[in-house]
Every structure is written in structure tokens, then in C-alpha cells.
Write a protein that binds this ligand. Structure first.
Ligand code: ADP
Ligand code: MG
Length: 764
């Protein structure tokens, strides 16, 4: 025990207590309300079916119109709906209501009010009217606004979104709302998403009408796949980095990581399985149609995915689910991590956004059909999407930029920061043949038209089986939808979805103009469509890539093609404020220039704050946990070397040691030549030196990082500050961590102050 001082025992005992707690956990048995999910699906949702019970025919019709066609709801109708909501909520044991919105913090926000009022006669009554339903003014001056809402005019309003149903969460009625400033600028994710969905509808319907006059509405569909990590609560709580930044800023790789690939689709541990059943049950009650659960590649990493829904509802459901998963995890003494790369060295988490468009006639516009006509419609939407991604790949890249995702993109486990499109062999052939028509023969010749129709006629084979899979592409076509795979796991999908829908809306608008320009006496609409599409295929060929996106060859090839490879978040965000981006969003009616600039600023600030927090925790842990422990262990070694000297200092003792060592090889070898105490001490002296060196690098780099932070904090401009945090502050992280992780591998395990990867990452 000599040399182990009391404080170390105290420190390490925190870790061991946590470990003991984690090891002794039992699965929490979860009772389902019924074995049949359909029995309780949506019980906590103020759905159309519920409304039918509480509202008159006339009111129902108005509400339905508002839900489906975004027509405004008048005050009288809102009053009726509010009364119905209140009645339903009170019947279900609810006491409070809240406007539920998605400010730019990335989390959801709510402020609960009780259904209570005092009538003029002094009587206390339950009250909730159209006024409270339609609009609220949360005291929300501290939500990010990018300077739009200066503090003296701090008012922000939430406004009811009737297209997403209200729901009961706990004992509170939650009403999905948008969140805007006093002057009407969007301060949230939902407002621009709704505008983008509207823009897509406006642009896509006329294009659909080339093929089918009956189409009146086009919606965007989204099916997200949410990846996440689970960590035991006791272990989580003693890691300040996990608690405050959501990622392990330190930690050496365990002997067993994901190399055996035994976790992916493996059997789900009982405790985790119960957790899943629990949050799934809660989700079903909230009408979130979860479908799939499985283990992911990394240890303790899992995935959940629903059946796809209309994009606005799908986004709300994803936000709600993340909140729910966090709450339910605590019941199971677990913590869920949505951070994109919580553990260096093992895979990070994404949130694949499966995206398509569908019509009110029930057709998926990205589903190849059986007839040449419907195939031309498919090709129209398919090619226009590729063209949109080609033209606006920089904005797509910006839409997924965040401090967390920066670790993941291009880390040979996730799609790179280079945006490209994968479409599979069959469709590549179809597009290439299709485009060749432009150079061969003249468009419009009847013989060519025939062969084109034949080409198109070949496509139905595609519907049989699309076995083409490319899991390395950031934007892959997977049979009847595109999968935007580069979205980060903690992101609000609305960001990626509003960009994707806007750029496709813009492209479809352009397409309509291009086609209509060509139609004349000698060129039919169909011929014009084909000609324009051919031009697009050629113009956007650069963005298509079928190979391995994780390879170095692709990085080189992309550079040759001139495709941007933007590694850092501040740089990626610049794409939001180019003239091109501002024009695009203005033209499509999504953002004004002021809003766009404000958003850019908010995102840059968000990046700065995240890195700032990480940097502070890193310095804290390095200076107050890692270095002290390393020095104490070093002291132990120093005392030990001193002891060796004392014990072995007489030649008599030394001779005995030599004799002993000759008895067996096992003893003789570690003693080296002759077993002189100097040699015995050598290894320990080397360790003492190593500790000194590593401690001094950690110390100096940490000081440098703190200095850089101070300098960066003085920068006024949000963009410059984000760049400084990225290039100067974050730049110190790797070296500090490298040496700390090396120390973890030599310092006495019982002294190490916080749980190691091998403890964090294996829930039994
Ligand atoms: P994986 O990519 O893991 O093989 P699936 O093919 O099962 O997964 O689908 C993933 C997601 O794609 C699911 O959420 C599913 O609902 C969604 N999806 C399927 N069709 C569409 C569509 N037309 N639009 C949007 N999402 C869709
Ligand atoms: Mg997928």
C-alpha cells in the first residue's frame, strides 16, 4: 500500500462504485398494455379519429382542409377545436398544455401552462380556448436568433401547426407549433420546413400534370433511421465529458472493439431489449410507427427506424422520439447518446434520411413504374433530383454540418464530406444510354423516339429486385427512394429535409420552364421532356459515383472532377450565405436574406459553443484528473525504484538474486543480464520518464489550448470565431488526447479516475 495516498483511493473508488453498480443491474421488465400494438397505437394522439368524436361535421371539414391543404383556420373553428382538445385531454388525466416547438438549439422546447382560470365570480375553472391554441408568446429571449431579435424586442411567437396532430406527453397536452419573431422571421426548424414542403408541392404538381392531370398535391416522404449508443447511467455520471458534451474526450481503445463484427445484428442484450420495448411502447401510444430495431456495428450501438411518413410529421416524430428515448433510458438506468461520434476508434452514429415524393393519387414518384409513361415520370423526378444535388451539393453539405458530424464524415465509416450520388448499375446503364441519345441522332426524329420508348420500356425490370447496395454513398438511390446517409444522429432532420426539398423544388421549377420553352408545333411535350432530361443527365454526370466512397481513390477522383471536399463545419456553413444560396432560398420563399444570414450566424455560434464546452471539459479532465493520477502513479514508481535501491544495495543480496534467477528461465529473463538492481529499475525508470514526457506535453498543449480559447473569445464576428475555434482550439484536442490515452495504458488500473472504454461499451 506504500505510496498510494488517500485521495487516489477516494477518486478511484468512485469509478469502482460505478462499475459495481453497473455490473449488478437487472433488466427492467416492461409490461405492454396489450400484445397487439394496434390496440394502443395512437391512444395519446388527438388524431382525426378522435376529432370525429368531439367535433361537428362542419368543423371537421374545415380542420381537414387545413391539415391537408394548409388553409387557414378561423378563430371560431379554432375555439371549437380547442374545446374538443381540452375535453379529450382532461378525460385522459391531463392537467397542462404547451406549445411544443423546435428552436435552433436542436432540442425541442415547451412551456407548460395549467388549464386553469379564475372566472369573474372568483370561481376556478379549467380553461383553454382558440386564443391559447392558435398563438402563444413564450418568454423566449434566450433562444438563438442570430441577432434577428434584439433583446429589447425579444418577443417571439409560437403558432399552431394543424398539419401535425397534438399529443399527450406525460400529463401535458403538446401542440406542435412554429416559432417566429415579432417581425415574422423563422426562429425554428419547422417554419422553413413547412415552406420548403409547400415549395416542393407547388413545383412538383405542374410537372406531375405532364403525365397525370389528376394530381393535385405532392408531398415529401421521410423515413429516418436513428442510430444511438447506450451507456450505463452510473458509468456515464462519472465521466464529465459524457455528461457535459455527450462524447468521450478521452479513452484508449479496448482490446476488443468492433473488430470481430459480432455486434451488428447480433442478439440484443436483455436489458437493452427491455429498454427498446419500453420506448417503443411509449412511441406507439404517441402514434410513432416504429418498425425496426437492431444492433449496429459498434459495441453498445443500436438503431431504430419507423415506417416512413409525410416529412413534417416524420420530423416531429423523430424529435419526439429522441426526447422520449432519453427519458425512458433513465428509467432503465441507461443513458442514450445521440452524439455523432461519442467514442473515437469505433463507428459513429448517423441518421439516414430516406426521402421520396408522393402524389395525392397514391403514387411514389421515385418508384419506377411498369409502363413507358410512368417510367418517364419516374425518370423525370429521378433525374431532376440528381441534377438538384449536383447544382447545390455545397448547400447539401452545409445542411449536415455540425461539430459532432465533423468527426464522422470522411472517417472511413461514414460517407465522406464529398457529396455524390449513387444510383446502382442498372440505372447507371439506363441514364448513360439515355444521355447518349443526345449525341447520336437528332432529338425529335421518329426512329429515335421509338428506340427511346423502348429504352424506357426496359426499366420495369428494376421493380423486381434492386439488389444494388452502396453503403458508402452519402446520397444513394435504394429502389424507390433516395437515402441521405450523411445526416448526423443528433441533427434535427428538418435541416437536411428543408434543403433537399427546396433544391428539388427549384430544379423542378427550372425543369418546367426548360420543357415549356421547347414545346412547339414540331416538338411534343414528351419529346421536350426527353430532350431536357438528356441534357440534365450529361450536365450532372459528375456527381454520380458508384465506387467505394470511403476510399482514398475517391478523394483523388473527386478532386479531379472538381467536387468540393469540405472537411470542417465553419467552412461548410459558408455555403449558406453565398449569393447562390440566398437567391435560391429567397426565390423559393423559404428564407429572406436576413433570415439566412441569421441562421448561418446561429450555426457558427453553435459550433463555437460546442467546441468551447469540449475544450473546457478536456482541460478540466486533463489538469484535475489525468495529470494528478499520472503523477501519483509516477511517484509510486519513484518510491519503488528508491526501495529497490535500498533492498538491493548490498552485493550479498545481489548475488542471491543472481542465484535465484538462474534457477528458472521465467525468473531469469525479466531480470535481464545478471539481475543488477539498476537493470531491474531501468524499465521503471523508463516508465517514469515516459510519464514525465507525456504529462508535460498534455500540460503544455492544454495551456496552449486555453490561450487559444482566450484569443478566440475576443473575436466578435461569429464566423471568424468559429474558424478560430476549429483551427486553433480544436486543433489541440488530438495531441492532448493521444498522450492521455497512452497514460491510461500504463497507469495502475485501480487508480484510473474514470471508466474506460472496455467498461463503458459493453452492456451485458
Ligand atoms: P435499410 O436502408 O436499412 O435497408 P429499409 O430499406 O428497410 O432500410 O428502409 C429504411 C427506411 O426507408 C424506413 O424508415 C422506410 O420506412 C423508409 N422508406 C421506405 N420507402 C420510403 C419512401 N417512399 N419514402 C421515404 N422513406 C421510405
Ligand atoms: Mg437505410
Amino acid at each position: 500500500m506504500r505510496g498510494i495516498s488517500k485521495p487516489i483511493l477516494l477518486m478511484s473508488s468512485i469509478r469502482f462504485k460505478a462499475l459495481q453498480e453497473a455490473i449488478s443491474r437487472q433488466p427492467l421488465n416492461v409490461e405492454l398494455p396489450s400484445n397487439k400494438v394496434s390496440d394502443f397505437f395512437g391512444v395519446n394522439v388527438f388524431s382525426y379519429e378522435v376529432m370525429q368524436k368531439y367535433l361537428s361535421e362542419g368543423i371537421l371539414k374545415t380542420v381537414r382542409m387545413a391539415m391537408e391543404s394548409s388553409t387557414p383556420i378561423d378563430r371560431a373553428t379554432a375555439d371549437e377545436v380547442a374545446i374538443a382538445m381540452k375535453t379529450w385531454a382532461l378525460e385522459n388525466g391531463v392537467t397542462h398544455y404547451t406549445h411544443w416547438f423546435q428552436p435552433l438549439t436542436g432540442a425541442t422546447a415547451e412551456k407548460h401552462d395549467v388549464f386553469l382560470d379564475i372566472a369573474p365570480n372568483g370561481k376556478v375553472v379549467e380553461k383553454f380556448g382558440g386564443g391559447q391554441l392558435v398563438q402563444q408568446e413564450p418568454d423566449a429571449s434566450s433562444f438563438p436568433s442570430g441577432g434577428i431579435r434584439s433583446t429589447f424586442e425579444a418577443r417571439g411567437y409560437t403558432g399552431w401547426d394543424p398539419s401535425s396532430p397534438a399529443f399527450i406527453f406525460g400529463k401535458t397536452l403538446c401542440i406542435p407549433t412554429i416559432y417566429i419573431s415579432y417581425t415574422g422571421e423563422a426562429l425554428d426548424y419547422k417554419t422553413p420546413l413547412l415552406k420548403a414542403l409547400n415549395a416542393l408541392n407547388k413545383a412538383a404538381v405542374p410537372v406531375c400534370n405532364y403525365f397525370d392531370k389528376d394530381v393535385k398535391k405532392v408531398i415529401s416522404t421521410l423515413g429516418w433511421e436513428q442510430e444511438y449508443f447506450l451507456v450505463d447511467e452510473a458509468l456515464f455520471s462519472v465521466r464529465p465529458d459524457l455528461v457535459h458534451s455527450g462524447r468521450a474526450l478521452f479513452g484508449a481503445n479496448p482490446a476488443k472493439g468492433q473488430q470481430l463484427e459480432d455486434h451488428y445484428f447480433g442478439s440484443i442484450p436483455e436489458r437493452v431489449n427491455e429498454y427498446m420495448r419500453d420506448f417503443e411502447t411509449e412511441s406507439y401510444k404517441l402514434g410513432i410507427p416504429l418498425k425496426t430495431r437492431h444492433n449496429e456495428v459498434a459495441p453498445n450501438q443500436y438503431e431504430v427506424a419507423p415506417i416512413f411518413e409525410e416529412a413534417n410529421i416524420a420530423v416531429d416524430h423523430n424529435q419526439l422520439l429522441m426526447d422520449l428515448m432519453d427519458k425512458v433510458a433513465r428509467r432503465h438506468k441507461l443513458r442514450v447518446l445521440f452524439y455523432e461520434k461519442p467514442f473515437a476508434g469505433v463507428n459513429g452514429s448517423g441518421k439516414h434520411n430516406n426521402w421520396s415524393m408522393s402524389t395525392d393519387t397514391g403514387k411514389n414518384l421515385l418508384s419506377p413504374g411498369r409502363t413507358p409513361e410512368s417510367n418517364l415520370q419516374f425518370l423525370t423526378f429521378f433525374i431532376n433530383t440528381i441534377k438538384a444535388v449536383h447544382d447545390y451539393s455545397d448547400i447539401m453539405r452545409a445542411s449536415i454540418a455540425s461539430a459532432g458530424n465533423e468527426h464522422r464524415l470522411g472517417a472511413n465509416e461514414a460517407p465522406p464530406a464529398i457529396i455524390s450520388v449513387f444510383i446502382g448499375q442498372q440505372l447507371t446503364k439506363v441514364l448513360d444510354t439515355f444521355a447518349q441519345g443526345e449525341t447520336k441522332g437528332k432529338p425529335g426524329k421518329s426512329s429515335e423516339k421509338k428506340s427511346l420508348k423502348l429504352d424506357i420500356g426496359h426499366i420495369p425490370e428494376l421493380t423486381l429486385d434492386n439488389t444494388d447496395r452502396n453503403r458508402t454513398s452519402p446520397f444513394a438511390f435504394t429502389g424507390n427512394k433516395f437515402e441521405f446517409r450523411a445526416v448526423g444522429s443528433s441533427a434535427n432532420c428538418a435541416q437536411a429535409m428543408l434543403v433537399l426539398n427546396t433544391i428539388v423544388a427549384e430544379q423542378l421549377t427550372q425543369f418546367k420552364t426548360d420543357v415549356d420553352k421547347r414545346v412547339n408545333k414540331s416538338t411534343s411535350t414528351e419529346e421536350a421532356i426527353i430532350q431536357v432530361l438528356r441534357g440534365y443527365v450529361t450536365a450532372s454526370a459528375n456527381i454520380r459515383f458508384e465506387g467505394n466512397n470511403y476510399s482514398n481513390e475517391w478523394v483523388k477522383e473527386a478532386a479531379r472532377r472538381g467536387l468540393p471536399n469540405v472537411q470542417t463545419t465553419p467552412e461548410a456553413l459558408e455555403a449558406l450565405i453565398t449569393e447562390k444560396a440566398i437567391n435560391l432560398f429567397e426565390k423559393q420563399g423559404i428564407f429572406s436574406k436576413r433570415e439566412q444570414e441569421a441562421r448561418h450566424e446561429i450555426q457558427a455560434e453553435m459550433y463555437t459553443k460546442k467546441i468551447q464546452i469540449e475544450s473546457r471539459i478536456m482541460a478540466d479532465m486533463a489538469l484535475t484528473q489525468i495529470i494528478p493520477v499520472a503523477l501519483k502513479y509516477q511517484n509510486l514508481l519513484i518510491n519503488n525504484v528508491k526501495g529497490l535501491k535500498e533492498v538491493f544495495s548490498s552485493s550479498q543480496v545481489l548475488a542471491n538474486v543472481e542465484m535465484d534467477s538462474r534457477k528458472g528461465k521465467a525468473m531469469a529473463e525479466p531480470m535481464g543480464n545478471g539481475g543488477r538492481y539498476e537493470d531491474i529499475a531501468d524499465t521503471q525508470i523508463a516508465m517514469i520518464k515516459e510519464i514525465s514526457e507525456r504529462v508535460s506535453v498534455i500540460q503544455s498543449r492544454t495551456e496552449q489550448m486555453i490561450e487559444e480559447r482566450k484569443k478566440a473569445n475576443k473575436i466578435e464576428d461569429a464566423t471568424d470565431k468559429a474558424f478560430a475555434y476549429c483551427e486553433k482550439v480544436k486543433a489541440c484536442f488530438d495531441e492532448i488526447r493521444y498522450h492521455a490515452d497512452k497514460l491510461e495504458l500504463i497507469v495502475d488500473d485501480s487508480m484510473w479516475p474514470f471508466p474506460k472504454y472496455r467498461e463503458l461499451l459493453f452492456i451485458k
